[in-house]
Design a protein around this ligand. Sequence first.
Ligand SMILES: *[C@@H]1O[C@H](CO)[C@@H](O)[C@H](O)[C@H]1NC(C)=O
Ligand SMILES: *[C@@H]1O[C@H](CO)[C@@H](O)[C@H](O)[C@H]1NC(C)=O
Ligand SMILES: *[C@@H]1O[C@H](CO)[C@@H](O)[C@H](O)[C@H]1NC(C)=O
Length: 453
Amino acid sequence: MWRFSGTIFWLAMLIPGKLSLKLQYNGDQVLHIVPETFQQVQHLQHLCSTLLLDLWKPWLPEDIQAGEDLHIRVPAPLVQEVKDSLDQHMISYKVLISDVQDLVVQSMAGERRSQRQVPGDYVYTEYHPMEEIYQWMTQIQNSNRELVTQHYLGMTVENRPIYYLQISQPSDKTKKIIWMDCGIHAREWISPAFCQWFVKEILQNYKSDPKTSRFLQNWDLYVLPVLNVDGYIYSWENDRLWRKNRSPHMNGTCYGTDLNRNFNSSWGTIGVSYNCSSQTFCGSGPESEPETRAVAQFIERKKSDILCYLTIHSYGQYILTPYGYTTTPPSNNEELMYVAEKAAAALMGKYGTSYEVGSTSLILYSNSGSSRDWAHMIGIPFSYTFELRDKGTHGFVLPPAQIQPTCEETMLAVTTIIDYVDQKYFPDGAVTLTSGSLGLSLSLSIVLTWAVA
Ligand SMILES: *[C@@H]1O[C@H](CO)[C@@H](O)[C@H](O)[C@H]1NC(C)=O
Ligand SMILES: *[C@@H]1O[C@H](CO)[C@@H](O)[C@H](O)[C@H]1NC(C)=O
Ligand SMILES: *[C@@H]1O[C@H](CO)[C@@H](O)[C@H](O)[C@H]1NC(C)=O
């Protein structure tokens, strides 16, 4: 499998203290094709399957459609062969990424920056290896003890701890919960970067920004920066484009389950592969993976308090609503769409980045076993997947220079959703009334009482 799926060639690289094998992507290209006819679609499906090309969009050869974008990574040794074949079939293509390795190297910039991290000096505009994210979580807790606690969620396949941060202002009041997870797919590095940015912003602003502080009176935030810890580490140390977790299958002849196909939402029924070599392998059963179970069991326990589930992925620029496994919309579809449209508009207001909004099955492709579908199915009303920047220009290897603008604009979308659920579930606003607002609120409540009577 390796011979084809990455580039033929492995390099032994000496990193201080350990020997690691790193897959190189020198000369690999990502091609953008929009097939026009059914014959072209068939040829492309054949090409992708026989040469085992890495599909970036869509995820499965059977989802390739006429008139729809196709992004494929072609290993360097096959680039000429693939282009010749496309020419022969009169399929036009554009080169999206002319050398994947250039972007891979860029995304790791700062890798050799050594241990200069001191508390308060964390660089949010770089991607960080797992070890630094673990340290960051501890530091964030230690320097914000009044607000942040770090909690253990479970173990990965390779026995690494998964932690989430709870941002919670002490209060007698029963609060509701917003859950956000990042790093389900290893190579989508912008996702963990956003979770960290989000935490930073909340901590920086909650004292000065009335909205954030009001919000923390009603809600606790649970943020899981990296769910797929093993996969994330593997993407730093072995293969930048690794997607799945690291569970061994078929006696260790292939690795990894797509955690976002592994949840118990119509598991294994559509848009998945049963072949463990595939990027979309759904596992041996619903919640077969310890990472999936850790999240699912925790959320299941807290589900009556969790009203909003946000899961952050890349790429494509979408806010996706349930469902992916069926085209039948959820009962609160209209409201979900309304809020997502509002969020996308707020996001666009920052840098003009345009997002599409809709259910996966309607605007992308169908797939079962996603965490977003599952969260909605167990009763969490507001459940969204974010697919962050970009639209394929850099794909999974978004340059670090785009971390800041991506996080800034995404922050606006996320806070729009949070504002909406806050107004909806806590319409009377903050619990503490100042004497100034008391009069108004008293007269309001009289009007309300009258109206209800
Ligand atoms: C797995 O590998 C071991 C050791 O090579 C072997 O003894 C065993 O029979 C294999 N099992 C299967 C199911 O192939
Ligand atoms: C999956 O959900 C079904 C009901 O929808 C339930 O019967 C089954 O026990 C669940 N499986 C797991 C692993 O949670
Ligand atoms: C799984 O996929 C790999 C690579 O695509 C292929 O070589 C292998 O034959 C497939 N295995 C099965 C059981 O279909």
